[in-house]
Write a protein that binds this ligand. Structure first.
Ligand SMILES: Nc1ncnc2c1ncn2[C@@H]1O[C@H](COP(=O)(O)OP(=O)(O)O)[C@@H](O)[C@H]1O
Ligand SMILES: [Mg+2]
Length: 265
């Protein structure tokens, strides 16, 4: 059962050439325009799970991120696509895909925080990325958009890397949660690393804001179809519980929190 609303894709508009995950712009039957992250793009469904989990966490720690929907793609749509490469992608993506509300007129972060966003918000982005072990917010690839003078976080598929080991049985090996809880996170390449001095204060604030229900609620947003069975977690409910367990264990420590002077880096 998913908390995200579902809408059918009505038209494939254009590929987004910048992205490594072959995202495309689509229109949907709610008349919305979405960046579509395709289930058939080759990176697997776990990338879509990470997108939803981290975007929902982002909202809960006070960051802006575009609204997400599940985009249902019908095979009819692939049939009418002229471009062969796109046709293959659409064919491989029949079913539930991820839609990210398109922010028209947004532009990429250039290093200057927009007027609507202060250093506290920048440190919240650092906190989110450290907590979820996101390695994809570097200078080369900030995955931050500026829209109406505010900062928006996007593209969280490279977070929660631990789940890529699940098909190989890593969840069943003793200490899976503790391994993730202790895994350090390196801030050096982060596009907002200069705001590290605020991270400890933001860490206190975020921990006071996040409640015990937040992690299960975040996981409840992920549609069942993307929660594939793995050794140690066979049903969507068990897979959700595994994410909640690992994230809860990480939240219980600060081992992963980089500090301004030394500490875990
Ligand atoms: N919701 C959005 N609104 C406007 N532009 C977007 C949105 N999402 C992504 N983009 C643009 O598309 C690019 C690729 O999307 P991204 O989510 O980063 O995918 P990838 O995983 O392929 O890097 C982004 O760098 C940004 O320029
Ligand atoms: Mg990106």
């Amino acid at each position: 059962m998913s908390g995200l609303s579902r809408v059918a894709v009505s038209r494939y508009v254009t590929p987004l050439r910048e992205g490594g995950s072959l995202p495309g712009i689509v229109e949907a039957e709610d008349l919305g325009t979405y960046v579509c992250k395709f289930r058939g793009a080759g990176q697997g469904l776990r990338v879509l799970v990470a997108e939803v989990v981290v975007a929902e966490l982002a909202r809960r720690v006070g960051l802006r991120t575009p609204r997400l929907v599940v985009l249902d793609l019908d095979e009819e749509l692939a049939r009418y696509e002229a471009d062969e490469e796109v046709q293959d992608l659409l064919r491989a993506s029949v079913g539930a895909n991820l839609g990210v509300d398109f922010l028209p007129g947004s532009f990429g972060f250039d290093g200057t925080l927009p007027s609507g966003s202060g250093p506290d918000e920048a440190a919240r982005v650092l906190w989110l990325d450290a907590f979820t072990a996101n390695v994809d917010r570097s200078w080369r690839n900030p995955n931050l958009l500026v829209w109406h003078d505010d900062l928006w976080v996007i593209d969280h598929g490279a977070s929660l890397y631990f789940h890529h080991g699940w098909p190989g049985g890593s969840l069943e090996r003793a200490g899976a949660a503790e391994r993730f809880a202790q895994q350090p996170w390196n801030v050096d390449d982060h596009v907002l690393h200069e705001h590290l001095d605020r991270l400890a204060a933001v860490d206190e604030a975020v921990r006071a804001e996040l409640g015990a229900d937040d992690l299960p609620e975040v996981l409840a947003q992920v549609p069942d179809e993307w929660l594939e069975p793995v050794p140690g977690a066979r049903t969507p409910a068990e897979v959700r519980a595994a994410y909640v367990e690992l994230l809860t264990a990480r939240l219980a420590t600060r081992a992963w929190l980089p500090t301004a002077v030394g500490g875990a880096r």
